[in-house]
Design a protein around this ligand. Structure first.
Ligand code: IVH
Length: 691
């Protein structure tokens, strides 16, 4: 092997190890910048020597060229489905055990059957083929006999190993589910909204859509996850475990994510217990499930049981009660939120869904109402997933109450819906709480009250946010209490909280002197906070916890943040034009500046933040890139410079420290020369950064 090939092999191994630590173990051993540096090094080698790019190279994870279509893949071992047990009670588990015992010819006093119980993930089934430990093909299930080759897309999933760890069999096919976590789904949709793009409906469809995306660059941007749950074709696996649970452990050792929420249980009772235990945790799981799956644990018993036409006799999926139900919309109310948005809420005829009685469901905004065309009187499908607010999924139009319209034609009377389409702005030209004018900005989905903190609904929400656990963390100051304080006119702004006294608090309903004292102590204690909590607590639109943290770290003082210009703000990590606009607007409002001044006056304080010294040879240096570089793309060069502490600017000025110039550099190079700015080529930059 040439020296370069060896270098590439070492880089591949390191990068694959780091990816496993980061994506599967959730315990990275090196900083992201180190991974990126090695990644670019390998990319540069492969770019110059394409023959050195192997199928397990992590550089393939970024996605290649779009495909005209997927090629069909014939599965070496058919991808079967499993029977679904529709009895959602524990009887479903007992019935499966009974059928297994019968098929195995067990008598009543024979010992219980051992089962592997696991989750039924709600995504898309995938077959991963590894030859000599290297991922060579990934295919969808298709009709079970033939699927589609989605290798390019699957390689972009960081959790899926490109090379197996340990002693790999000559051939190993691993089956599992590609899915999307709920938090990743929410983040993806937030990003879509920020970019003015359409949002996705649910994690399952989004994951399935991403895998079947012809452009792998798009698939690479979708945050997908994977869990292994079984095997396909195999050869040369000498130490193959003889239980399903053992196989899952082996998959984990090969480097696959395998879900920890699984158990080996005995008999139908053990299965029923697992079913109940998962039901209790279901809402808190980081991803959606479709039920649980029971598999006979012993591989020998699985062989003995065999298959029906398309399903194994040794496995079954056991579902949970529906999370969806039908009910009617009795009214549509409006709630005014923290930032003044008028949110329509459907008042529903009480209905039992997903284990609780639901009487309200959010309708989100006008666009959502328009899209679903929800009207008062409609029969609707409501869904309660997780502990999120119940949602109206769709209208059952066949059941819409209609009234006859005396028409021109006596023989064909026309019918129209009993209620007109619901238009927030027409029904509420003014805020239902404070009477201020309402508006809908052209680019926004929401109708908003312009009353600001004059509106008591907005004041209440702003105060609830301010006092929250992740903000100023005022213990004991709950929503109900805040509502009382605002209604009694004791508190208008957050600063007023710090001016409350014992007699005012003790005068409130259901407030004993002891709890009033505790509350005063909690308010006092909240004065000592951190800058990032304080920024978050202010409730600036579009500034969440993470952004508040970035802002605090970047500006290190509230003064600096208050006077920051658009340019200063855009220089902060992940702060785009929308967030910038919200921050500028917030501090431009005199009322907000007054509240901040009062808060500081009453003694809210935080420790001084030491400016975090960046490391890297380019700290404090500004570079401008021009022309085409021999190996690095513009983005790669930018990332390399930033990873070493430097900044990249768009135009050359006296403040520019270096111009990084490539082939066909134009006016920027001329300008640099005339200003006497130092000029680097890629080689010089690499030498400087030692890459
Ligand atoms: S085992 C022969 N285990 O459910 C057994 N399937 O009908 C093959 N699924 O679309 C499947 N979680 O993708 C198995 N823990 C799990 C599963 C699971 C989800 C999906 C699978 C397929 C369907 C099976």
């Amino acid at each position: 092997m040439s020296e370069l090939a060896q270098q590439a092999a070492v880089l591949r191994e390191k990068l694959n190890q780091y990816a496993h630590e980061y994506y599967v173990l959730d315990a990275p051993s090196v900083p992201d910048a180190e991974y990126d540096r090695l990644f670019r090094e390998l990319q540069a080698i492969e770019l110059a020597n394409p023959q050195l790019q192997t199928p397990d190279s992590p550089t393939l994870r970024v996605g290649g060229k779009p495909l005209p279509q997927f090629s069909p893949v014939t599965h070496a071992v058919a991808m079967l489905s499993i029977r679904t047990e529709t009895d959602v009670t524990e009887q479903g588990a007992l019935a499966f055990d009974a059928s297994v015992r019968k098929e195995l010819g067990l008598a009543e006093n024979d010992p219980p059957v051992e089962y592997a119980a696991e989750l039924k993930f709600d995504g898309l089934a995938i077959n991963l083929r590894y030859e000599d430990g290297v991922l060579v093909q990934a295919a969808t299930r298709g009709d079970g006999a033939t699927g589609e080759d989605v290798t390019q897309n699957i390689r972009t999933i960081g959790q899926i190993p490109l090379r197996l760890k340990g002693d790999a069999p000559a051939l190993l096919e691993v089956r599992g589910e590609v899915y999307m976590r709920r938090d990743d789904f929410a983040k993806l949709n937030a990003k879509q909204i920020a970019a003015g793009e359409k949002t996705f409906v649910n994690p399952r469809n989004t994951a399935a859509g991403a895998v079947r995306q012809l452009d792998p660059a798009i698939a690479a941007q979708r945050p997908l996850s994977f869990y292994g749950y079984g095997l396909g074709d195999l050869s040369g696996w000498d130490s193959q475990p003889n239980t399903h649970a053992g196989i899952l452990n082996a998959l984990r050792d090969f480097g696959f994510p395998v879900c920890d929420l699984r158990a080996v249980v005995l008999g139908g009772v053990g299965l029923a217990q697992f079913h109940a235990q998962v039901a209790a945790q279901r809402d808190e799981l980081p991803f959606d499930i479709d039920g649980v799956v029971y598999k006979v644990n012993s591989i020998a018993q699985q062989r003995q049981l065999g298959f029906r036409t398309r399903e194994p006799r040794w496995a079954v999926a056991h579902k949970y009660p529906a999370q969806e139900a039908l009910t009617t919309v009795e009214a549509i109310d409006i709630q005014v939120g923290r930032t003044g948005s008028l949110t329509p809420v459907a008042r529903l005829a009480p209905v039992f869904v997903g284990g609780v009685t639901v009487t309200n469901a959010t309708l989100h905004n006008q666009d959502e109402i328009d899209r679903k065309d929800v009207r008062v009187g409609d029969t609707v499908v409501v869904r309660r997933a997780g502990d999120v607010i119940p949602e109206v999924v769709s209208v059952v139009f066949e059941r819409r109450p209609m009234i006859e319209q005396p028409g021109a034609d006596l023989f064909t009377p026309t019918q129209v819906p009993q209620y007109p389409a619901y238009r927030i702005l027409e029904l509420y030209p003014t805020c239902p709480v404070c009477g201020s004018k309402t508006v809908r900005e052209p680019e926004e989905a929401r109708v908003r009250c312009t009353g600001g903190l004059f509106c008591s609904a907005q004041r209440k929400e702003a105060l609830k946010h301010f006092a929250g656990r992740r903000m100023m963390d005022i213990e004991g100051l709950g929503d109900k209490l805040i509502e009382q304080l605002v209604d009694a006119d004791l508190v208008k702004t957050p600063a007023d909280l710090y001016r409350l006294n014992l007699s005012q608090l003790a005068g409130l309903e259901r407030m004993a002197e002891k709890s009033a004292n505790n509350l005063l102590a909690a308010i006092e204690a909240s004065k000592s906070t951190t800058l990032s909590r304080f920024i978050f607590a202010l409730g600036i639109r579009n500034v969440g916890e993470a952004t508040a943290r970035d802002l605090a770290q970047h500006f290190t003082s509230l003064d600096a943040l208050q006077v920051a210009t658009v340019e200063d703000l855009q220089a902060v990590n992940d702060v785009g034009p929308i967030v910038t606009q919200s921050i500028i607007e917030f501090f431009a409002e005199p009322h907000n500046r007054e509240v901040i001044a009062s808060l500081l006056e009453v003694g809210v304080n935080w420790p001084v933040i030491e400016a975090k010294p960046l490391d890297g040879v380019l700290v404090g240096k500004t570079l401008v890139i021009t022309g085409t570089l021999p190996t690095l793309s513009r983005d790669e060069a930018k990332a390399l410079i930033e990873a070493n502490g430097g900044k990249v600017a768009g135009s050359v000025s006296k403040k520019t420290d270096f111009v990084l110039a490539g082939e066909a550099a134009g006016s920027k190079l001329d300008k640099a020369q005339s200003l006497g700015v130092a000029i680097l080529d890629e080689t010089a930059l690499r030498r400087m950064l030692n890459v």
